[in-house]
Design a protein around this ligand. Structure first.
Ligand SMILES: [Zn+2]
Length: 335
């Protein structure tokens, strides 16, 4: 993900954002009369989620075309299958900013695949090939891959731990988990990209090839990205606020109700492009992003540096996001 401005939203989106907000407010007013029955929400195990972060990082940076990437693919596909998902691998050769072809695999796991009432949960499982947010004087560090404990592995870990619960306790709807590849291969800031849309390659491919029919297309999507850092700042970014304002609003309300209002801030999160941009604009599935970014601080300090490692993961953050996610999914208002 990156903080490149989503120009289209700047030019046409502002007025529309106000319209969306008005619609969201009207919808919220309606919902005040609706009771959301909380059915037995399973307990999210943050220690298990932390172990899933560590297991991914034990392979090393999962940079596309590397041996670590290939090994981690086997682990993730095997684990999702073991947890009860119907796993399929969507393979594609995707062209990067400098013409490199990335042998990419989106990992897809369907839970309760026979159900047409579905939602879809996303994260990216690849790691960034360069640490281009390192101090510019550290030339060697700049060229090293990012471990991606937070940037990538944390979202995957929360979804794996959630998956364990989906299989053990019926959420009452179908759930797809899609782990995107090649999200983080965009041009370093010192390079000019030779292709348009050089980030989020896996999600662009998936969005053009979802394989859903009209009847089983998910109603909403949730993307988790950088959900394991200390003192996170989760705000509703412009793309989420434009395409999925009500779903995002409900999610943030659930977070506040669980006492996580200091992590999930009820303010606009600014303009970023992440996988959800392509899911919204190409696949047409209303999708919001839970991402550690705010307009004052930007991305977390460790972002795209050599310090995005397991030592800088806070299991309480994983736990907070996991608890909100399970509460949201298992609340019948989400259906
Ligand atoms: Zn990244």
């Amino acid at each position: 993900m990156r903080k490149f401005i989503f120009v289209a939203l700047v030019s046409v989106g502002l007025a529309s954002c106000f319209d969306s907000q008005t619609a969201a407010n009207a919808n919220d007013a309606e919902k005040k009369n609706k009771t959301c029955n909380i059915v037995n929400v399973p307990v999210f195990n943050q220690d298990s989620a932390f172990d899933y972060v560590k297991k991914q990082c034990d392979f090393g940076p999962r940079v596309p075309n590397s041996a670590s990437h290939e090994k981690c693919l086997g682990f993730l596909a095997g684990e999702l299958s073991r947890l009860g998902g119907s796993v399929s691998l969507q393979k594609a050769d995707l062209k990067g900013y400098d013409g490199t072809i990335y042998k990419s695999t989106n990992i897809i796991a369907a839970f309760y695949p026979e159900r047409n009432n579905r939602i879809v949960l996303f994260a990216h499982w690849d790691s960034r090939p360069v640490s281009d947010q390192e101090d510019g004087t550290k030339k060697t560090a700049l060229q090293k891959p990012v471990m991606g404990a937070n940037d990538g592995a944390s979202g995957v870990a929360v979804l794996l731990e959630a998956a364990r619960n989906f299989a053990a306790q019926d959420p009452g709807l179908g759930i797809d988990i899609v782990l995107f590849d090649a999200e983080d291969c965009g041009a370093p800031h010192w390079e000019q990209s030779k292709v348009e849309n050089d980030w989020c390659l896996g999600s662009q491919f998936w969005s053009n090839n979802t394989g859903y029919s009209l009847s089983n297309k998910p109603r909403l999507g949730i993307l988790l990205d950088m959900v394991g850092g200390p003192n996170p700042s989760f705000c509703i970014d412009a793309v989420s606020g434009y395409y999925a304002p009500n779903y995002a609003g409900d999610f943030w309300k659930v977070a506040s109700g669980l006492g996580f209002g200091s992590f999930f801030k009820n303010v606009a999160g600014g303009q970023i492009v992440d996988d959800h941009y392509y899911v919204n604009t190409i696949a047409g599935i209303p999708t919001f992003d839970v991402i550690d970014f705010d307009t004052q601080r930007g991305f977390p300090e460790m972002w795209h540096t050599q310090h995005d490692d397991v030592e800088h993961i806070d299991r309480n953050t994983l736990g907070a996001v996991g608890r909100v996610l399970l509460r949201y999914v298992y609340t019948d208002c989400a259906k």
